[in-house]
Write a protein that binds this ligand. Structure first.
Ligand code: DGL
Length: 283
């Protein structure tokens, strides 16, 4: 098989990365995609950095063993805490979701406050603040694009969102109450934009949007990441050649039926080609 024809590997702790998968599929219809959801060990967001690196590295090994040409870490928690480590080990390019989301936030905020929500691990890592400041420093190097520095970055951990999404509680009253509980302290800061810093959260986008109000733009890192991936493959001559619809393989570490059922809601279609891994990821 030619290198260009190799698949794109995508992974998350569970279902959330399917929101990134969906965006990649939308703009790269011919690529073969392999998705791994670590459903046996979700959530990652309340685990230590060491554990997140360990789990992410095992999945990286699984995907590179299937000869992927690039890996997309479709998980903010892994991207925040394990990306540097994964890049050192991978042997293929590895893309995270933080930097694309942070860039977009700076682009749309025009100097207004930026809110970021994510798992406890992502928020504690301050990965978004660091990436946003890095982007602003970069832009400020260009005198024509000087950025107003009088803005605030407000970061908030929303640890109950992932279990609600993994349980399929996408539109229930309890979900609305939890969203209200977490977001009320953000609303008073009148953020110009809100970054969904967890790949599970786009499934709650409408409810979050209703709570935060129309003046705050919602940023989905998955959409931005898909663009980055496409541009990279194009620029480096790595796009799959041919006009046949790309193949799809999904692997999970537990509960295949639940993944199929809820995954279908994430993708908006029924799911095929889902396999249970045979223990080589869960050691
Ligand atoms: N979807 C993941 C993220 O983007 C992880 C959620 C979790 O496992 O806690 O952070």
């Amino acid at each position: 098989m030619k290198f260009n024809d190799s698949p794109v590997g995508i992974f998350d702790s569970g279902l959330g990365g399917l929101t990134v998968f969906k965006e990649i599929r939308k703009i790269l219809p011919f690529e073969d995609l392999i998705y791994f959801g670590d459903t046996a060990r979700v959530p990652y967001g309340n685990k230590s950095k060491e554990t997140i690196i360990k789990y992410s590295s095992e999945i990286l090994e699984f995907l590179t063993g299937r000869k992927v040409k690039i890996v997309v870490v479709a998980c903010n928690t892994s991207s925040s805490l394990a990306l540097d480590d994964l890049r050192k080990k991978a042997g293929v390019p590895v893309f995270g979701v933080i930097e694309p989301g942070a860039k977009k936030a700076v682009e749309v905020s025009s100097g207004g406050n930026i809110a970021v929500i994510g798992t406890s691990a992502t928020i504690q890592s301050r990965a978004y603040s660091i990436a946003i400041h890095k982007e602003i420093t970069f832009l400020n190097g260009d005198k024509s694009r000087r950025f107003n520095n009088g803005f605030k970055i407000i970061e908030k951990a929303c640890p109950l969102f992932v279990p609600l999404v993994e349980e399929g509680f996408l539109n229930q009253e309890i979900t609305k109450s939890v969203i209200n509980h977490y977001l009320s302290s953000l609303i008073v800061e009148k953020p110009s934009c809100l970054v969904l810093g967890c790949t599970h959260y786009p499934m709650l986008k409408d409810l979050i949007s209703a709570e935060i109000g129309g003046n705050t733009e919602i940023i989905d890192s998955g959409i931005e990441t898909a663009e980055v991936v496409k541009n990279y493959l194009k620029k480096n001559g790595m796009l799959k050649v041919g006009a046949e619809k790309g193949g799809e393989l999904f692997f999970v570490s537990d509960d295949i039926e639940k993944f199929k059922e809820l995954g279908g809601k994430f993708l908006g279609r029924s799911m095929e080609n889902v396999s249970l891994t045979d223990g080589d990821v869960i050691k």
